[in-house]
Ligand binder design. Structure first.
Ligand SMILES: Cc1cc2nc3c(=O)[nH]c(=O)nc-3n(C[C@H](O)[C@H](O)[C@H](O)COP(=O)(O)OP(=O)(O)OC[C@H]3O[C@@H](n4cnc5c(N)ncnc54)[C@H](O)[C@@H]3O)c2cc1C
Length: 386
C-alpha cells in the first residue's frame, strides 16, 4: 500500500530527492513538500547577491514548481512541532499533516547572542533573501549621503559580508565616504589556517575596512553597538553573522537532539530513536562525528537521503553517509577575488573567485529546472521574494 512521504524544508539536502519524486510516486507513495517559501536560495552565492554580482533569480530554485511538476504537493508553510508518536506535523497555519516517513532539511538560524536584531536596519545573514533586501536599502541610502555600516561576527560569513557590502559602495564610487567596520568577538577567522586570516586582513585593509578584533558586543540600539571596552560604534545599517544554531523544533517535539539542538541522526541520516524520521543539512547533528554547518555537507547528503527515503518506503538497503574529512572553502572577497583554502593549500586572487563562481553556477544549473531565470526580481518587489 502507498505510504505518505513528507519533506520539511526544501533545503540544499533535499533537492535531489525532490527532483526525483517520481521514484516514490511511481511506487504508489504520495509526496508532500512543506517549506517556508516557494523559493530556496543558495547560500554560497548570498554574498554575491549582496554585492550585485548575482541577481536574485540566479541564486534561487523554484521548489514549489519543482515539486508540483513532478507530481508532489507543495505547502508553503513552516513546521512548528512534530508528534513522533502519532506521526504528525503541526504547521504554523494550524493544519496538521500526517506522515509515514518524514525528512527534515530546515537549516539553521543565526544565533544572535546579545545582539538585538529586531530593527529593520539590522540584517541577519540568514535567510539569504535578506542580502537582496539589504542591498536595495543600502543603495537607496547611499544615494542620499555617507553611511556607517557594521558587521558583527568575524567568521567566514562576516568576512564575506564586509567585503561585499564594500563592493556596493565601490560600484557607486562612494567607498571613501562609507565607513565599514567589522566587529569580531575573537580573532578574525580564528577557525581557519593563519594564512587565510592574513590574506583576509590584507584585503580588508586595502579596502579601508576597520577591524575590531577580540571585542565582544555588549548591547545595541537601532543606531549603535556598545562594545565590551565601553566604546560605541554608530551605524546606519548592520549585519549579524554571529554563527548558526538549528531551530528548537526537535527539542520541543521530544525528538533526540545533539548538543547543538540538531536532530540526532546515525550514519544513514536517520533519527537514532524514530526510524521513520530522516534529516540533512544544518538542522541535523550527525552522531558519528560533529560536522561543521556548511553547505558542502548538505549538498553531499542529497543522494544518500534520496536512496534511504526510498528504502524506508519501499524496502532495500540503507546507504551510509561518509562525510569528507576536509572540504574546500572559497571566500568571496567582493572585488572579484577570493581566498581559496583546502587543507594546506591557500591562495588569494581572481582565480580563486573564478573557481568558486564556476562551482556555484554548476550547482545552480543542476536544480534550476523551472525557468527560474525568467522570474525577475527588482528592488521594487523585493519584499515578496520568499
Ligand atoms: C553568508 C553565508 C555564506 C555561506 N557560504 C557558504 C559557502 O560558500 N559554502 C558552504 O559550504 N557553506 C556556506 N554557508 C553555510 C550554508 O549556508 C549552510 O550550511 C547551508 O545553508 C545549509 O543548508 P540547509 O539546506 O541545511 O539550510 P538552509 O539553506 O537554511 O535551507 C533550509 C530551508 O528550509 C526552510 N525552512 C526552515 N525552517 C522551516 C520550517 N520550520 N518548516 C518548513 N521549512 C523550513 C527554509 O525556508 C529553507 O528553504 C554560508 C552561510 C552564510 C550565512
Amino acid at each position: 500500500m502507498g505510504k505518505r512521504l513528507v519533506f520539511i524544508g526544501a533545503g540544499h539536502a533535499h533537492l535531489t530527492a525532490i527532483t526525483n519524486l517520481s521514484r516514490y510516486t511511481g511506487d504508489g507513495h504520495t509526496v508532500t513538500v512543506i517549506s517556508a517559501g516557494s523559493y530556496h536560495y543558495y547560500s554560497g552565492m548570498g554574498p554575491g547577491l549582496l554585492s550585485g554580482v548575482y541577481t536574485p533569480q540566479e541564486v534561487r530554485f523554484n521548489v514549489k514548481r519543482l515539486t508540483e511538476s513532478r507530481g508532489g504537493e507543495f505547502i508553503e508553510d513552516k513546521a512548528i512541532t512534530v508528534d513522533p508518536g502519532k506521526r504528525t506535523i503541526q504547521l504554523k497555519n494550524g493544519k496538521t499533516v500526517d506522515y509515514d516517513v518524514v525528512s527534515f532539511n530546515t537549516g539553521s538560524e543565526i544565533a544572535t547572542g546579545p545582539v538585538d536584531a529586531s530593527y529593520d536596519n539590522i540584517f541577519k545573514v540568514k535567510p539569504v533573501e535578506n542580502m537582496f533586501i539589504a542591498r536595495c536599502k543600502i543603495m537607496e541610502a547611499l544615494k542620499k549621503g555617507p553611511l556607517n555600516i557594521a558587521v558583527i561576527g568575524g567568521g567566514a560569513a562576516g568576512v564575506e559580508m564586509v567585503n561585499n557590502v564594500w563592493r556596493i559602495a565601490a560600484d557607486m564610487k562612494v567607498e571613501s565616504k562609507t565607513k565599514i567596520t567589522m566587529i569580531s568577538r575573537g580573532k578574525l577567522l580564528h577557525r581557519f589556517p593563519p594564512r587565510v586570516r592574513k590574506l583576509a586582513v590584507k584585503s580588508m585593509n586595502a579596502k579601508g575596512i576597520a577591524l575590531e578584533e577580540d571585542m565582544p558586543v555588549k548591547e545595541n540600539t537601532k543606531e549603535k553597538f556598545l562594545l565590551e571596552d565601553g566604546r560605541e560604534i554608530p551605524f546606519d545599517f548592520a549585519f549579524v553573522a554571529t554563527g548558526t544554531k538549528p531551530s528548537d523544533l526537535f527539542k520541543e517535539s521530544g525528538i533526540p537532539t545533539g548538543d547543538d539542538g540538531g536532530l540526532l541522526v546515525n550514519e544513514y541520516l536517520q533519527s537514532i530513536k524514530y526510524p521513520e524520521i530522516f534529516g540533512g543539512g544544518d538542522c541535523i547533528s550527525f552522531k558519528p562525528r560533529p560536522l561543521d554547518k556548511v553547505g558542502v555537507y548538505a549538498v553531499r547528503e542529497n543522494p544518500i537521503l534520496m536512496e534511504n527515503l526510498y528504502a524506508a518506503l519501499s524496502g532495500g538497503d540503507f546507504q551510509t553517509f561518509k562525510p569528507q574529512e576536509v572540504y574546500l572553502l572559497i571566500l568571496n572577497m567582493g572585488d572579484d577575488t577570493g581566498i581559496f583554502n583546502r587543507k594546506s593549500l591557500t591562495f588569494a586572487g581572481k582565480l580563486a573567485f573564478k573557481i568558486k563562481d564556476r562551482i556555484d553556477r554548476k550547482f545552480m544549473r543542476v536544480f534550476q529546472l523551472s525557468n527560474e531565470l525568467d522570474d525577475k526580481v527588482e528592488c521594487s518587489n523585493a519584499a515578496s521574494m520568499g
